[in-house]
Design a protein around this ligand. Structure first.
Ligand SMILES: [Mg+2]
Length: 490
């Protein structure tokens, strides 16, 4: 994806969305690299946040509530029980600086552009002071990268607890607090509290997509074979998939009939790298697997090499659809020749904000062009003025009048540039607010890709809002990547 293309008003509905005419922009499949569906024989799906779209704010609220109880048990003050938090706060791709308790957003070059401490936005000066004088190293233990929707509640919780503890005058160990928040959330998952809450009220937590069944059926009708590869245990997978697909189409007595192969408790990303024996689940019993996969059975574990051997996959005829940039998309891209489709459920917000900002973005571009012209004029006048002041003028000479004229010209151009700068900043803030109240666009930062946007660009061959968006395209679709222009070609 060429980042500049997001800013250009293109006819026919925009860049790289295949033959997308007539498909609402929010429901399109966007293309980073060519993908010929006609060459795809197997389509694999992750489950959580891919086939199953969670209501993020409900999930985060649940997660924070479960976290707080466990944090208090670890010795934190009981007043945290009444913790105030904003589930809109986090986005994917943020970086937690555990040394200072800051949460940061970077562009593709790992330059920090904005940040918060608790719920307070860091000033430009604070960011420059801490992060611009030395290149930051996000992969060191000082930092923690938030790359999944699952981990967003860690950010909501952390910011809210930092805010509350400091408001009450407590001294905070930011590093330890982050570990404790994460451990408390992990504990709630490990104890099954999250699973129990979600399965006891699925409509509250899951945004059931009525078009999902038809999208899967369309792929199957074209001869594609589907599989599920999820880290969730079978009991949870079964409950969730029954909710999503059970009774949706008369041709399919149960959700299991949509898929040739079902693998639960897969332990991705390890699944893509390490050998772990594949097991077959029969009720509560796990057995070793011999031979090949059987339709209708449920498997656990295994690994990429064994899977490809058993299924007879030899080339790039697999498309894997997932939401997790590391566990699903990056790992499969690096370890296999599979093609990747990333589900980014934030795309509807991202696209509606982009459309709402159309006029502001056009105005910004105009300001940038005008700024370039004034900057040329400024440089010309500066050089001219320097020339004129090299030798002192004789009193009353025409040079003196010229010098005055150039000086006024310089003042005028500088005033124009200041006013362009002010308006540009105001527009940038307004655009950013439309995307997200705290962080602006998920995929962009100023005019660059965000660090998260870069990951999407590097590893997802195509990306879309949800699996059912595929139903609007032919199962033989050739998704063509945009013509990638370098700056010298623009
Ligand atoms: Mg997932």
């Amino acid at each position: 994806m060429d980042p500049r293309q997001l800013l250009l008003p293109l006819p026919g509905g925009g860049p790289a969305s295949g033959s997308a005419r007539g498909i609402p922009r929010a429901d399109r499949v966007f293309v980073n690299r060519d993908l010929r569906l006609s060459g795809i024989d197997w389509v694999g799906f992750d489950m959580d946040y891919t086939l199953a779209i969670y209501r993020q704010e409900e999930m985060d609220a649940l997660s924070v509530e479960l976290m707080v109880d466990r944090l208090i048990k670890r010795g934190y003050p009981a007043y945290l029980k009444k913790l105030r938090f904003d589930t809109r706060f986090p986005i994917r791709g943020l970086l937690v600086d555990k040394r200072y308790g800051h949460i940061l957003k970077m562009d593709r070059y790992k330059v920090v552009h904005r940040g918060y401490h608790g719920m307070r936005r860091l000033s430009r000066e604070e960011i420059t002071e801490l992060y611009h004088h030395k290149r930051i190293r996000p992969h060191t233990s000082r930092y923690h990268w938030i790359d999944t929707l699952f981990a967003l509640s860690e950010v909501t919780s952390y910011a809210a607890v930092v805010e509350e503890l400091e408001r009450r005058g407590e001294k905070v160990d930011f590093d330890k607090l982050f570990s404790d928040v994460r451990a408390s959330i992990d504990e709630a998952h490990a104890e099954g509290a999250v699973y129990r809450a979600v399965t006891s009220d699925l409509p509250r937590y899951i945004d059931r997509d009525p078009e999902l069944a038809r999208a899967l059926h369309k792929l199957r009708s074209a001869g594609k074979r589907l599989f599920v590869l999820t880290n969730s245990p079978f009991s949870y997978t079964d409950t969730m998939m029954t909710y999503l697909l059970g009774g949706a189409l008369p041709e399919y007595p149960s959700w299991r009939h949509y898929f040739e192969i079902i693998i639960c408790a897969a332990q991705k990303p390890r699944w893509f790298q390490e050998g772990r024996p594949l097991m077959e689940r029969d009720g509560d019993v796990l057995r070793n697997v011999r031979g090949s996969f059987e339709r209708g059975k449920v498997y656990e574990g295994g690994n990429l090499a064994e899977f490809e051997r058993m299924v007879g996959i030899t080339g790039n005829n697999v498309l894997y659809v997932g939401d997790h940039i590391y566990g699903d998309i990056l790992r499969s891209k690096k370890e296999s020749s599979w093609q990747t489709a990333m589900i980014i459920q934030e795309m509807d917000q991202e696209i509606s904000a982009h459309e709402a900002c159309h006029d502001d973005l056009a105005r910004q571009r105009l300001l940038e062009e005008t700024r370039d012209r004034f900057e040329d004029e400024l440089r010309y006048l500066q050089a001219h003025y320097k020339e004129l002041t090299r030798v002192p003028p004789s009193p009353g000479s025409s040079e003196d009048a010229e010098r005055l004229r150039v000086k006024r010209g310089l003042e005028r151009v500088r005033a124009e540039l200041r006013s362009i700068g002010t308006e540009h900043d105001l527009l940038a803030e307004r655009i950013s607010q439309r995307f997200h109240p705290y962080w602006g666009s998920l995929l962009k930062e100023q005019s660059e890709m965000s660090s998260f946007g870069l990951q999407v660009d590097l590893y997802a061959d195509v990306y879309t809002r949800r699996v059912s968006c595929l139903r609007a395209y032919s199962p033989q679709q050739f998704f063509r990547s945009p013509y990638d222009l370098m700056p010298h070609e623009l």
